[in-house]
Design a protein around this ligand. Structure first.
Ligand code: NAP
Length: 298
């Protein structure tokens, strides 16, 4: 049995299609099974929440492999960014050790550092540290920006382009990314799940892969590409970071979880996420990541 968290997300949906097409039974830890779409009839469902440790402890019964993708880039009513990413992952690793899980796969992030300016990347660093220190055999992926047509980021940009004559970008928009398609990330996870440990690791079964697409693009270039692909090219206007931060904080205070964007999310677009090894780790897994422009057809 494989336990998948984050199955309703951008990578999770792509991965779940591949998993249900293979032989291994899958259990999905979800807050709301409706997000699984038609796949929900092909999996076991464990209702749970990162903020509710007993829910994922129960979900681990009889599980040999955990693929932990679930994460939150904004605070939720049930838990903060730190609780949902850092502490929950630490608890999940402990629960996996106690449940006799044989392989723990974790999706971290490029740029995850304990002293990063963003709360999310600091929390991911703590989470990654907990996984790396674990006795359970583990595979860690550290991706750059992950995208898929129709994901939340692209949808937000397209909606803003509908409403506004120009496209506001926070700060200089010069942070660098190597965007990788969610389908390519899912292929990398499948390759790591099916490979014999000795194929990649240094003897202890543990592996860490940096996942990057073939192009290095600035935030501003990515916005321009997404708008072109939507047929809504707009002039980009740089908005000073303190102004963006102030407006988004007020918006979040007023609208709570219904805010269209939060400062914690916007700040992530001011921090570069690039890998020195580029596409080499993905290629080592037999995956050749596609360029963003090719995927979006521009
Ligand atoms: N996207 C990127 O650019 C990027 C970059 C670096 C690293 N990563 C990491 O890669 C992984 C996959 O990213 P993604 O883009 O596929 O994420 P995503 O689309 O934002 O999906 C997040 C997933 O986490 C689940 N989730 C959120 N809060 C939860 C909670 N309290 N309890 C249980 N589940 C919860 C969501 O479920 P609901 O349907 O219930 O909301 C959803 O399935 C994540 O760990 C992410 O941090 C992503």
């Amino acid at each position: 049995m494989l336990l998948l968290t984050g199955a309703t997300g951008c990578v999770g949906r792509a991965l779940l299609r591949r998993l249900t097409a293979s032989a291994e039974p899958v259990r999905c830890l979800v807050r709301d099974p409706r997000g699984l779409g038609s796949e929900r009839v092909r999996v076991q469902i464990a209702l749970g929440d990162l903020a509710d440790p007993p829910s994922f402890r129960n979900a681990m019964r009889g599980v040999k492999t955990v693929v932990h993708l679930a994460a939150a880039i904004r605070d939720q009513p049930a838990g903060s960014i730190e609780e949902l990413n850092g502490i929950a992952t630490w608890r999940m690793v402990r629960a996996a050790e106690r449940a006799g899980v044989e392989h723990f796969v974790f999706m971290s992030s490029l740029g995850a550092q304990r002293h990063d300016r963003t709360r999310f990347l600091r929390a991911k660093a703590l989470a990654e540290g907990a996984v790396l220190a674990s006795d359970v055999r583990h595979t860690v992926f550290a991706p750059s920006m992950i995208y898929a047509p129709g994901d939340m980021f692209m949808t937000l940009l397209e909606r803003m382009a509908l409403l506004l004559p120009v496209m506001p970008v926070s700060g200089h928009g010069q942070a660098l990314y190597q965007p990788i398609w969610a389908e390519d990330v899912a292929d990398c996870v499948m390759a790591a799940l099916s490979a014999k440990p000795a194929a990649f690791d240094s003897g202890n079964g543990n592996e860490r892969f940096e996942l990057a697409g073939p192009q290095t693009l600035s935030h501003e270039q990515i916005v321009a590409l997404v708008l072109r692909s939507a047929g809504r090219a707009r002039r980009i206007v740089h908005v000073p970071t303190p102004l963006v931060s102030g407006v988004l904080r007020v918006l979040e205070a007023l609208m709570k979880s219904r805010a269209p964007a939060t400062w914690d999310e916007a700040e992530l677009l001011e921090v570069s996420m690039t890998s020195l090894v580029g596409t080499a780790d993905a290629e080592g897994l037999g995956v050749t990541p596609r360029a963003m422009g090719d995927v979006l057809g521009v």
